[in-house]
Design a protein. Structure first.
Length: 519
């Protein structure tokens, strides 16, 4: 047994020895040495080999210690971001003298502030490290979220929604960037699906929390929704404080969670899958030139276009879930419990379609499922008789909220197709900014003068479904064409030309001839 394979019971490839990684071959990997300041450079070894069993053990430990905690933090985000839905079921708007349009404006302010903060937050995260910046965000927004217990009217409602959005903005791409330090491109979609599963688990727990907390209405003369904001905000503050002490900065800075062999596996498998991750230190800020270069990366345009509209067909119903159920005829506490089946369906579809995208090695075509699911449901809502039974309307409403959520697939595509850490940092923020812009726009499809059936809004959403189908198919064709052209050029080059290109080319990330886009 060689020194390089000393941790394997058998050094033969048949027993799982990792001779090559999916990203680059061992020969190519020699040309991708990380910068001296890279935090894992002391574990870099282009000839290092390990067993598949050892790698599986490492990944399971990462799932246990890193991914599970990231999911807990996302639980905290969704608890404070989404509990306004439960508050609505307790007559919050009526208590504050607000109407549906005021709620729309408040949510638009929230999403606009969220959008505005995305890129600055990502740049700060890259500068100081997501392990530091994320807990700071969490504690700050939890204080503001708790202060919603003291709302007095329209102005205070708008101010609080704006401040929460401003602080929470960037949290999601910050966590995606953080997870990319630990996982390969093929592993990330599954972990991101868990990430958004934790969001829906939060919605389920929130329904139960709300069922109990809203019963506090009247204690000390305080409305139930005020108790809801105060107590849930305090819980997320505690999670944020614990995160400050818990999160490691990188795979090689975990305070003894992994031994030397495991750290070498983590560093070398990540860099062989995506060598660009060794181009920057995890606390290295982006220069203005880097930012401009990333902003003008036209290869990311198809994904950005999809981000702006793919969620619109289901977004209004998701935002109005509790109001819709109440308008159907259910009471406050029934309403909160009836949201749970919709969230359970959402979780099942999220996990299933994310898994199918990797199994079929198809992303954009799987993404079509979201539109094919929404279209017939919206069509029914548009043309159903006004006297349709309340249980039928509930099933359609829950079906729309429980749609195939392909967000995890698209976020993973952004990470894969960025090609460099700097592009990934900016592209993740832009993608999420466009998603928030989508939410701002879609919040205004259902208007007060269109209640209760929202015929006008649903007709617009049907047209958007058709438009989205064209976008998904177009993105698939675009990236497949670029890959085919590059493969033709690369295959025509001699071995010596390829080596020379790898050693001397100034092409970076997704501009390299040996880079292939995921689609």
């Amino acid at each position: 047994m060689t020194a390089k394979a000393r941790h394997c019971s058998d050094a033969s490839p048949q027993n799982g020895l990792q001779n090559e990684c999916p990203g680059v071959s061992s020969r190519q990997f020699m040309f991708y040495k990380p910068i001296d300041g890279y935090e894992g450079s002391h574990r870099f070894d282009p000839e290092y080999r390990w067993c598949a069993a050892d790698e599986g053990k490492v990944v399971r430990k990462i799932d246990k210690w890193i991914c599970s905690w990231v999911c807990l933090m996302f639980f905290a985000l969704q608890l404070d971001r989404g509990n306004i839905v439960q508050a609505l079921s307790d007559n919050m708007l009526g208590d504050l003298g607000l109407d549906t349009n005021d709620y729309n404006y408040g949510q638009a302010i929230f999403y606009f502030a969220f959008l505005f903060a995305e890129l600055p937050s990502q740049l700060i995260s890259k500068w100081v490290g997501p392990d530091r910046w994320i807990p700071i965000q969490m504690v700050t927004w939890s204080i503001i979220a708790s202060s919603q217990a003291f709302l007095r009217g329209r102005t205070s409602f708008f101010i609080c929604r704006g401040l929460i959005g401003l602080v929470e903005g960037g949290f999601i791409p910050d966590n995606v960037l953080y997870l990319s330090y630990f996982y390969t491109s093929s592993e990330l979609p599954k972990r991101l699906s868990w990430f958004w599963v934790s969001s829906q688990v939060t919605n389920i727990f929130s329904a139960f929390f709300a069922y109990g907390l809203l019963h506090l209405r009247g204690i000390y003369g305080i409305e139930g929704w005020r108790w809801l904001f105060a107590l849930e905000g305090s819980l997320t503050a505690l999670i944020g404080i614990l995160s400050w002490f818990y999160l490691p900065a990188s795979p090689t800075q975990t305070s003894g969670w992994f031994n030397v062999h495991e750290e070498k596996i983590m560093v070398n498998r990540i860099l062989r899958d995506d060598p660009s991750k060794g181009d920057m230190h995890n606390r290295q800020a982006l220069s203005w030139g880097m930012i401009v270069e990333c902003l003008t990366d036209w290869h990311m345009l198809p994904i950005y276009l999809i981000a702006l509209s793919f969620g619109m067909p289901t977004s209004p119903m998701t935002a109005y879930l509790t109001l819709q159920i109440r308008e159907i005829g259910f009471g406050t506490f029934q309403t909160n419990l009836l949201t749970i089946p919709a969230y359970m369906l959402f979780i099942a579809q999220l996990l299933f379609w994310t898994w199918m995208s990797e199994k079929w090695n198809q992303r954009f075509l799987v993404g079509l499922s979201s539109q094919f699911w929404a279209f017939p449901l919206l069509y029914f809502l548009e043309y159903m008789p006004a006297d349709t039974g309340h249980w039928v309307r509930y099933v359609i409403t829950a079906g729309l909220v429980g749609h195939p959520y392909v967000h995890a697939i698209l976020v993973a595509i952004v990470s894969r197709n960025s090609g460099t850490v700097r592009t990934r940092t900016v592209a993740s923020a832009i993608y999420n900014m466009l998603c928030q812009a989508s939410s701002i726009i879609s919040q205004n499809f259902y208007r007060d003068d269109d209640r209760p059936l929202y015929r006008r809004g649903n007709k617009i959403l049907l047209y958007i479904c058709v438009y989205n189908v064209a976008l998904f198919v177009g993105a698939k064709l675009f990236y497949a064409t670029v890959n085919k052209r590059r493969e033709r050029i690369w295959s025509s080059m001699s071995l010596e030309d390829k080596r020379k290109y790898l050693a001397t080319s100034k092409d970076k990330g997704n501009k390299r001839l040996d880079f292939r886009f995921a689609h």
